[in-house]
Ligand binder design. Structure first.
Ligand SMILES: N[C@@H](CCC(=O)N[C@@H](CS)C(=O)NCC(=O)O)C(=O)O
Length: 213
């Protein structure tokens, strides 16, 4: 099995964290450095990471879809709680991450270069990010896991996003941490590092970011 991956991509990190937590061995390929663009597009027209390729040649893009698929074929250790309400909460965390946190973050990524920066867009994106963090904070309980007191797909989705939430102000010369106003999210961030898969993914993202600079 292959994972087309980029170490800094929060979407790729989501899948890597689940693979590490489940102890699933895959070949990692960075298509942006190891493949010609046409070869990657031939595999998947989306040409985005992460993309999973099975040994039989079946190809699946999209981080959430990949995680759900892997959870079904490798059910142990489970990263989805058995209680339907908790399963719904896992999916809600993923939606908050994808729709409300990553959207303003993506706007901010596009404004990192001061030469092409749109100040209004930046202000609006930071305000939307703060709002979404408040929503996330509401659904966290201050413990070291997002849902159900154990590692779940919600943590795999949130940790890579919070990595960027914590780093993004630096790129705009802003001090302070966006989590400071969110006590349950802050406690979550401190607690989740007890998970070895979190440590590992964080270190990979950190190193990829350093290599970029
Ligand atoms: N919704 C997708 C987003 C994937 C995505 O946007 N990946 C970025 C890297 S962070 C990418 O591959 N961008 C290359 C491109 O869009 O051409 C997912 O959850 O997997």
């Amino acid at each position: 099995m292959k994972l087309y991956n980029n170490d800094l991509s929060p979407f790729s990190a989501r899948c890597r964290m689940m693979l590490y937590a489940k102890g699933i061995d895959v070949e990692m390929i960075d298509p942006f450095t190891q493949l010609e663009p046409e070869a990657f597009r031939a595999l998947t027209p989306l040409a985005k990471v992460p993309t999973l390729e099975l040994d039989d040649g079946w190809v699946l893009p999209e981080s959430e879809t990949i995680c759900e698929y892997l959870e079904e074929i490798y059910p142990e250790p489970s990263l989805l709680p058995s209680d339907p309400k908790q399963r719904a909460m896992v999916r809600l965390m993923g939606r908050i991450g994808d729709l409300y946190l990553l959207d303003p973050l993506t706007t901010l990524f596009g404004n990192i270069d001061p030469g092409v920066r749109n100040k209004d867009e930046v202000e609006t994106a930071f305000a939307r990010l703060e709002t979404a963090l408040g929503w996330l904070n509401h659904y966290l309980d201050g413990s070291g896991h997002a849902v159900g007191g154990k590692l779940s797909l919600a943590d795999c989705a949130l940790v890579p996003i919070l990595f960027f939430v914590r780093r993004i102000p630096d790129f705009f010369g802003r001090s302070g941490c966006l989590l400071d106003n969110q006590p349950d999210a802050t406690a979550y961030w401190r607690g989740i590092f007890a998970e070895p898969s979190v440590e590992r993914v964080y270190a990979e993202m950190d190193s990829a970011l350093k290599n970029m600079n």
